[in-house]
Every structure is written in C-alpha cells, then in structure tokens.
Design a protein around this ligand. Sequence first.
Ligand code: AGP
Length: 644
Amino acid sequence: MCGIIGFVGKKSASPILLEGLRRLEYRGYDSAGVALLHEGSLLVRKKKGKINDGLARLLKSEPVKGSLGIGHTRWATHGAPSDKNSHPHLDQSGKISVVHNGVIENYDSIKQKLLNNGHVFKSDTDTEILAHLIGEYYEKRRTKNGWGEHPREPKASDGSGLSGASPHQTNGNGENPLTLAVCDALREVIGTYGLAVICAEQPNTIVTARRGSPLIIGIGNGENFIASDANAIVAHTKKVVYLNDYDVATITPERFDVLNLGTDTANVQISKLEFDAEDAQRGKHAHFMLKEIYEQPQTIANAVRGRLDFEGATARFGGLNMSIAELRGIERIVIAASGTSWHAALVGEYLIEELAQIPVEVEFAHEFCYRHAPLERDTVLLVLSQSGETADTLAALREAKRRGHRTLAIVNVVGSTIARESDGGIYMHAGPEVAVASTKAFTCTLLCTALLALNLGRVRDLSAADGKRLIAALGRIPDQIRQVLAERERIRQVAVKYMQRSSAFFIGRTHAYPVALEGAQKLKEISYRHAEAYQTSELKHGPLALISPDVPTVAIVPNDELLDRNIGALHEIAARSGPLYVVTHPGVQVPDGAAAVIVVPKNEPELDPILLTIPLQLLAYHASVALGHDVDKPRNLAKSVTVE
Ligand code: AGP
C-alpha cells in the first residue's frame, strides 16, 4: 500500500527519492510527495495522482535541493486523495516533516488534545496529527527544563559496529532530541506505523520507526537509506537491516542507531538483498504482469533447485526448523492466507491430505483470528504470502503463536515480517513480483506446497515410488509451461472475443476448483469484469439459471477420474447456448461447438494446477489490455495489503 523512501548523504536527494518512489508505484497509491532539507528549511512538494503526471511535473517546475529527504506514495485511509492530504506533513512549527504508513487509531483524542493546545491542522489525515504530536514533544525535548520527569529511556543497539557509541547529535543527555520526541509521541500512539521524520534543526538525520508496517535501513558508503520496500533502494545498496516492531532508528550519512521501545536492546542484523534492480524492471515486456507470467519456467525451476533428494525420493528444505520426529508428530495443519494465496492454500489442502494423509483446514487469514476455533495441541499453522507483509495473514500467524502453536510460512519476499516471525518456512525464490495481480508467486506457492506435501508424505507412508513419480514430474514443468506460453496468441484472441462480456463463469472440481477461483480473481482484478468461480458440480444447484449466450464459461477440465462428469456439465452449458472456453488436457473430447479449447500438457494430478493456471493468467492479461486498463496497477488495489 503506501510507500516510504528516505536518503541522507552527500548527493542530491531529489532524484534518488523520485526514482525510489517510482519503484514503489506498483504497491498502489493515489498521491506522492517529498520533503527535503536545504539550508535550514524544509521544502515540501506533493501532489495527488500518478507520479509522472503529478509530483514529477511539480519537481520540474519547482525543483528542490538538499541531500537529506523523505518521500512517500500515499494510499488514502484518513481523508480523501488530494494534494493537501498527501504526505509529507509538517508539524505546527513547520520544522518537522513526517511520512507515515499505517493507521493511528487514537488520532481523534490526540487531535483534541493538540487543538486545546492551539494547534491548527491543514489536512484530514491522522499523519498530520502525528507530525504535530512529535513537534510538540520536540519543543519540550530541546528546551532543557521543559520536560520534567523523563520516562525510562529505551536503550540503543548500535548498528554501526562501534560498540558503546551513542547517537552523534545529543541534547546533552546522550540522546538526539528528535529521536526522543519520536519515542515520546509513539508511546502515546495506538495503531500501526512505518514512519520517517526529519527536522530543519537536524541537518543530517532521519528518524524512522516501525510497528506493524515494514521498514528497512539501506546501508551505503557515506550515505544511508530507508524504505518500506527493498525495491526502492536495491539500485543503491544490497546491505540492509530489517527493523522490528517498536524499533526506532536514527540514521545519519555515516551511521545508524537502533533502539527498541519495548525491550532493553534492539536486535540488529545486517542482511543481503538477493535480487538486482534489473529484476524489478519490465525489460522487453509491455507490462510487469506479462514479464512475470513469462518468467514462470525459470521461477519454478528456481523454487525446486537444490530441494530434491533423489535417493530418498523426497524434498528437503533448509529452513523448516523441524526434526523428522516433529514432522511426524503433526496431527493437523491449518493453512491461513488471503486472496490469491488463499486459492493456493486450497490446492495445498488437497496435496497435503493426499500425499501425507494429514487433515488440513484452510482459513481466510482474517477469519482465523476471530473464529477462535479449537486447535489440537499438535496443530501447525502454515501461512502463505507472496509479500510476507499482508496484515491479515501476519495477524493469523501471531494469533497461532499466541496460542502456542508452531508456525510455518511459504513466503516470497526474503526478510519480510512473516518470514522473520514464523518458526520455519520455505522461500519461493520467485524474485520481485511487481504487478499487483499475482502470477509467478501463485504458481511458486503451489510448487512449494507440493514440495512440502512430498516431504510430509515421505516421513509418513508415501511410497518411494510415489516420491520418484513426483520428482520426475517436477522436472518436466518448466518445459511444459513454455509450451503453454507458446499458445499466447490463441489465448489473446479468445480474450478479445469473449472476455469483454460483462460477466463470466469459471468452473472446476477438486484440484481444478482453486484454479477456477484464481482465474476468476485475475479477470476481476485487472479487467474489472464480473467473474465468479463455482465447483462444476454446483452449477445445477443454482448458477445454471444464469447461463446464456451472453455469459461465457471458462471450464477447467483436467483428464482425471472426474472427466466424464465434467464433460456432462459442459453439455448442460452448451445446451443452454452458453459460450464455452475449455482449458483441458490432450485427448479430451469437448462438446461440439465449444468456442475455444486450450490444451495444456498433462503432468501428474498434484502438479497439473500449475499448468492449468497459466492460460487463465494470459486470458485476464489480454482482456485487460484489450479493454485499455492499467494492467499492472489496477484501480483500488494495492500490491501488499498492510492494514487489517
Ligand atoms: C493477487 O492477485 C492479489 N493482488 C491479492 O489477492 C493477494 O494475493 C493478497 O492480497 C495476498 O497477498 P500476499 O500473498 O502477499 O499475502
């Protein structure tokens, strides 16, 4: 959702911030802005709308100088999208500037207190309230006797590698007044924040803090960065520190110091980013979504690489952190996820139950937290998340941990909050996924779930023959995906012809039902056409009433034990003149008159969903292009939903 970037160094900050904001665009936003410090004054430029049409133009006509700055892409929560509600916001004095991701829940009561103190607000945002609150505390912190009794000061953990060092700008008590003011304000705040603050009186300092909204420090040479997403800074540095909840960091060109509001010392670890700036570029493709669809032969190969044990006919992972005895002891698995990842969870349910014979339940992550369903002691919570930052999914993870359950995660973004907070897990290794509509991460989640199911099966009763069958099948997938991609032009023609209708059905059974759900979701997200998925067998219990020449049905018909019944359902649709678009396997006889048949190579039933999904991704993509929509940044949607 919202994005943050910050820079402190010797270079001109404006182009670095603007480029960083562009790299955050994919997350979804409605306005953008920057604040720079130049010769003791804060210069703020912000504008509603896309960066190119708004902020970039403004910066051209009203350039800003300075080598310290913060920038923001805003996704409206409090207050409509507008210039005045865009970030950065200033405090009452105009000396302090703040960008903020998240929601300040008690902003009303804080606002009332500030109004009573004579504050005047210019926007409708909770962030401006926070800026004013920090400003008020800053005044108290910098005037020596203004504060009275100090609350316990949190202890700093020095991330510079210089033990015992303290922040280099102090108010005489070994602390930076801006850092202290931010800490004071945050102690009063209820809600979530990823925060960056600069002050006209602190020419070399950014103070940043997180609770529930990701933030990283990028470590450069004589310059440092902050960002809510590594994409924004990977072109400048690969050395990063992922902040934890309640961390407050003070960043200067030469060093950074982290303290934690909740514990005595902060846990600072320097990590290396595993991708390059080019990985997050579109390259020769017209859209990120198309690029990511085309990357799938490679991403699937990457997700498998190094994880197959041919001798043991199983899959192995470095990060599950569970012994064989513990894996055998799992009595039940609950999979929690959101959106597309939830569809992957439904496939995972089939796979784990079939291969490992462990009962599995799939929950919407947001429901898991509130259902208070009984869980047996040896239940493991598995969460699936591309971003590793989805607030609902993170909340489910934390709830399971609170209840004393072991948690595992399948995550794409290395170092994300879910990856760090789960007890063990599997990285997808799909590389940065920029398009809002998830494609390669979905198929990699299916792949990783299949590997997990294989591993769980082989420590139980799954035969070596079945293990070998799956391992051989995994090796075939990349080439089979290439074969599906070669059908692109035919799929495009179908999309142009049928998918512009205002409504479409997607149907499938067992493993193919989640594929149908995912196909419908893709079409909805980027073409804005109504699409609904049904279990094929449910049609006659209601939805069949809607079948007509105006409502195309996309039927996922694998060559499996339900083939005859599925073909029967297709005849029922054809008899009602419903246009049929069938995704199926070689040799399947579909009813005469089907509008289009896309044949994908047959793999093993456990892995077929990966291949059956790809034509649906292309279908949605081409429908969106034909309709002239913004494929990569669909309206109203954000890449990573970091608020509950
Ligand atoms: C996918 O196309 C969607 N943009 C959305 O449903 C997404 O899958 C969902 O928000 C969960 O995201 P996550 O995998 O990053 O947790």
